[in-house]
Design a protein around this ligand. Structure first.
Ligand code: GTP
Ligand code: MG
Length: 449
């Protein structure tokens, strides 16, 4: 017998709080708090008193959703209460005393998934939607939640299932009554599917950045103007700026939004070989760590002076990271920026700025977000590592199938690869995902969702 679960579904603050109750006893439990004669018509809000013993706990709007026409597919009752932490806490206590159990993280969504209300990709889209704090993340989540991504994956799955059925039927056809399949047409179907999958896997690098934000490290020699740049980009005095070399010790992180994209900037300690003290030494270690964790490195140079040996060395280190790097030639108000004599600069974008005058900031912002802006607004994107990995595995299986076909292997050999690819697609959609994996996925959701 399935338990009936309850939790607060709304966030902190506000005037109204929402408590959700789901499971076979949802109505019975609700009646322990209301007048027994109260009739809750499905999908209609009913204004009624909720009782704590003989006294009224709250006057609330109560909505009943009859199974299977609810979010979870079970009987659900939602209570819109006055958002007093006492009322919410007491209602949950009363419901649990009457037999409900507190919902685990993501348990409502997990039940919705198990009852076939949505697949795993849609469920993860829902989780992302709740977490989305900007336009880009919202867009990625919405494409996943509204089923567009699942639809695409479903199409691919159907093509492979049909192909497999045709191959298998011939494998079972011992008397060879069926006309043989043309290997060119099998090849074509597999190649079409591979193209669809690759189109999706190619979006991962951008999809991930749109969902999680772009991590940008500001690195360079002391006094080049990294902290000034951070301040100019965030629009307020976030980091300490002085004319002393080695001002910044600890990393300073601040998130901003540029054209609907989340950008997380990290200002770092200037890197030089002779740190003055232990704190600066540790600061420099942290600068290097920030550089390793970043998606994009802004190499800030004081372009009013010649480039120094330490900057040359740092440039070599930056190149080893093999990351998108932007050369920021700062202090252009002081002197015309001489082009620094760095190796391989041709492959990197250069932006000339003056943090003091605020010049070049728009250009820098544009360059920073260019790869994210370039994505078609209606295109599907994948943003979860799990999705990416399953698709890559399916891709490998299909490439294996093509190889076998080229080597004129028997149908049973390449059919095995197609079966493998299908298994990865089903896993992605949650059709064959083991319970413990599901528990891990849903535990990343919030309570009440
Ligand atoms: N003229 C001019 N001075 C600037 C500009 N940007 C920064 N400065 C000055 O350069 C000095 C160092 O600036 P910071 O932003 O502290 O440099 P930093 O790279 O963070 O230095 P560390 O924290 O020591 O690594 C300060 O005196 C700033 O006012 C600029 O665009 N033009
Ligand atoms: Mg600084």
């Amino acid at each position: 017998m399935q338990s009936t679960i309850c939790a607060k579904a709304s966030g902190q603050g506000g005037a109204v709080a929402l408590v959700r109750l789901s499971g076979p006893d949802a109505l019975v439990l609700t009646h322990t708090l209301t007048a027994k004669t109260l009739i809750l018509e499905p999908r209609r809000q009913t204004f009624c008193s909720l009782y704590d013993g003989k006294s009224v706990l709250d006057k609330a709007l109560v909505t009943y959703f009859r199974a299977p026409h609810s979010f979870t597919g079970e009987d659900v009752v939602e209570f819109a209460l006055h958002a007093s932490p006492y009322i919410v806490g007491r209602l949950l206590e009363l419901l649990c005393r009457a037999g409900a159990v507190p919902a685990k993280r993501g348990e409502f969504s997990q039940r919705a998934f198990l009852n076939g209300k949505m697949d795993l990709v849609e469920a993860q889209g829902l989780c992302d939607l709740i977490a989305s704090g900007n336009k880009a993340a919202h867009r990625v989540a919405m494409a996943s939640l509204d089923g567009k991504l699942s639809e695409k994956l479903g199409e691919v799955k159907t093509k492979l299932t049909d192909l497999l059925a045709q191959i298998e039927v011939r494998l079972d056809d011992a008397d060879e009554e069926m006309p043989p399949l043309c290997s060119d047409s099998i090849r074509q179907t597999i190649e079409d599917v591979l193209t669809s999958i690759k189109t999706l896997t190619d979006t991962f690098s951008v999809g991930r950045l749109m969902k999680d934000g772009l991590k940008v490290a500001l690195v360079g020699a002391p006094n080049s103007g990294k902290s000034s740049l951070l301040n100019a980009l965030v629009g307020f005095d976030r980091a300490i700026v002085t004319d002393q070399s080695g001002t910044t010790r600890d990393t300073v992180e601040e998130a901003i939004e540029i054209n609907g994209h989340k950008i997380v900037l990290t200002d770092t300690a200037g890197i030089r070989s002779h740190a003055l003290d232990l704190a600066e030494q540790e600061g420099i270690r942290r600068s290097r760590r920030a550089m390793e964790k970043a998606d994009v490195i802004l190499f800030v140079l004081d372009a009013s002076r010649e480039i120094i040996t330490e900057e040359q060395a740092l440039w070599t280190d930056i190149q080893k990271q093999q990351k998108r790097t932007i050369l920021v030639l700062n202090k252009c108000d002081k002197a015309p920026a001489p082009v620094p004599a760095l190796e391989n600069t041709a492959t990197y974008t250069r932006v000339v700025v003056s943090c003091k005058k605020g010049e070049g900031m728009d250009e820098l912002k544009k360059v920073l977000t260019a790869p994210l802006q370039a994505v078609a607004t209606d295109g599907l994107l994948i943003s979860h590592l799990r999705h990416y990995e399953e698709l890559l595995r399916a891709q490998t299986e299909l490439e294996g199938a093509l190889l076998q076909i080229d080597q004129k292997a028997g149908g049973e050999i390449y059919a095995e690869h197609i079966r493998g690819a299908l298994a990865h697609l089903k896993d992605l959609l949650g059709e064959v995902t083991p319970d413990d994996v599901l528990d891990v996925i849903f535990s990343k959701f919030c309570v009440g969702k």
